[in-house]
Design a protein around this ligand. Structure first.
Ligand code: AMP
Ligand code: ZN
Length: 469
């Protein structure tokens, strides 16, 4: 399995620290609002990475935090006149609803920053003891960037350029810092803000320290994979590396994975420009499975553009898979029991080639676009090689192959068949009887009556099917 590692700037063979196990940390959202479809991209991408690894037999310890203390949360709490925890708890619950809708598995652990303050105080103290951090006169604690020789290794940035660019910060009142690149580990409280006691001042942690601490607590000092959106490479992940490696004295994450951004109609998503959708907005127009399909239709390291046309294409693609499974279910209802024929066994083996193609795509840095293409080829094969003459065993084997591959992508392809009210079922039966008796006038009348009730009938080779208008 090959993974593109931002740290080395190339694809590398994945070798876990412990055989058969994967430890993975994905930076989660700041919970002050409903999540938007940009936030959904890392959720869907890394959930799919996790699912593929589980399919390959790895035991995956998947940790993803909620940042529940932050300026934006506090601002919203002040606006509404409530406690910050009211805001964060509300949006964590909403985020979990959206995750469920998108069929994103809950993490093994979803730690909350506010529940991990003790660990943060401890790591900050270690950093001060080791000379990697210092407290300023007002109680702000900064990380001493110069003390960590490898600073910049993830983002491949030239530190002198960065220092030049940040010099204005020193001029604008942040002159308690020793160096323009020093960043905050702990900051003093402001009036009306949540705060915790510390040896330096009553205050709250900076953003970066929470991930170093939660990752260590739930996964250990050295982990396999750390992931998030590409905007997190600098400074967030660069700072996490500095904190963790300076405090623990060992390498932090072996593989750093970053998804590219999601844009809308070829523009950066922005609230002020009005080109901004929450996952909830999308769920009102589409099945969230369609959003999932859309996200996976591009490679995670390619920018992806959200548009109505591409969502329609995703809807069509997703429907094609669901319809193939529906057809198989339909054929299976009246298919012969008993063993597969030799010819069927041969076809089943041929179908196995698409699973191999799917895996090949996923092994190459999770190329979900090609993996979905392999599912389509399988669907086409299934559509051309199944009819009412086949055994149930053969049809079931093909169905299982589609379902297993779709499940790795987190796509639910088998909708539980909706039961129709008894009066409608009775009308459908009456129409079939009328057709048998060649009373086509009555049959047509019933078809119209059902249409008025929103049920469309379709007479197929295999029998009558219905769908909602
Ligand atoms: P935030 O709540 O801003 O910390 O973001 C949570 C996660 O969503 C991070 O991994 C971000 O990198 C990611 N993210 C935010 N906006 C986008 C976007 N437009 N496209 C892709 N990922 C994004
Ligand atoms: Zn983080």
């Amino acid at each position: 399995m090959k993974i593109y590692n931002t740290l080395s700037g190339r694809k590398e063979e994945f070798v876990p620290i412990e055989e058969g196990k994967v430890s993975m940390y994905v930076c989660g959202p700041t919970v002050y609002n409903l999540i938007h479809i940009g936030n959904a991209r890392p959720m869907l991408v890394f959930d799919t990475v996790r699912r593929y690894m589980e399919y390959k037999g790895y035991d995956v310890n998947f940790v993803s935090n909620f940042t529940d203390v932050d300026d934006k949360i506090i601002r919203k709490a002040i606006e509404e006149g409530v406690d910050a925890s009211v805001i964060s708890e509300r949006y964590i619950a909403e985020c979990k609803k959206d995750m469920e809708g998108m069929n994103v598995k809950p993490a093994t652990t979803h730690p909350l920053a506010t529940q991990e303050i003790d660990g943060m105080l401890e790591m900050i103290e270690t950093l001060i003891e080791k000379g990697h951090a210092y407290a300023a006169a007002d109680g702000t604690v900064y990380f001493r960037t110069r003390s960590f020789k490898e600073y910049g290794k993830l983002s491949h940035k030239n530190l002198d350029d960065l220092r030049g660019g940040n010099r204005s910060l020193l001029v604008s009142g942040e002159d308690q810092k020793e160096d323009a690149l020093d960043f905050v580990l702990w900051k003093p409280k402001k009036e009306g803000e949540p705060y915790w006691e510390s040896p330096w001042c009553d205050g709250r942690p900076g953003w970066h320290i929470e991930c170093s601490v939660m990752s260590r607590k739930y996964l250990g000092e050295e982990i396999d994979i750390h992931a998030g959106g590409e905007d997190l490479v600098f400074p967030h992940h660069e700072n996490e590396i500095a904190q963790s490696e300076a405090a623990n004295g060992m390498p932090f994450a072996h593989y750093w994975m970053h998804n590219a951004f999601l844009n809308i109609d070829n523009h950066k998503m922005s609230k002020s420009a009005g080109n901004f959708f929450t996952v909830r907005d999308i769920s009102e127009k589409y099945d969230l499975q369609v959003l999932r399909f859309f996200m996976l239709s591009a490679h995670y390291r390619s920018p992806l553009n959200f548009s109505a046309e591409l969502m329609q294409a995703a809807q069509n693609g997703y429907d094609r898979i669901v319809t193939a499974v529906e057809n198989l279910n339909f054929l299976m209802q009246s298919a012969a029991e008993g063993e597969e024929s030799a010819a069927e066994k041969e076809l089943e083996e041929q179908a196995g080639a698409f699973a191999a193609k799917f895996e090949e795509a996923m092994e190459d840095d999770f190329n979900t676009a090609d993996a979905l293409a392999a599912i389509f080829e399988l669907v086409k094969f299934v559509n051309t090689n199944t009819d009412g003459e086949h055994t149930k065993a053969y049809l079931a084997a093909l169905k299982k192959e589609i379902a297993v591959l779709a499940d790795i992508c987190g796509l639910i392809v088998e909708k539980s068949r909706e039961l129709l009210p008894e009066d409608i079922e009775a009308l459908i039966r009456e129409r079939q009887d009328a057709r048998k008796a060649k009373n086509f006038a009555r049959a047509d009348e019933i078809r119209k009556e059902l249409l008025e009730k929103g049920i469309v009938l379709e007479d197929t080779r295999e029998g009558v099917k219905w769908k909602r208008a």
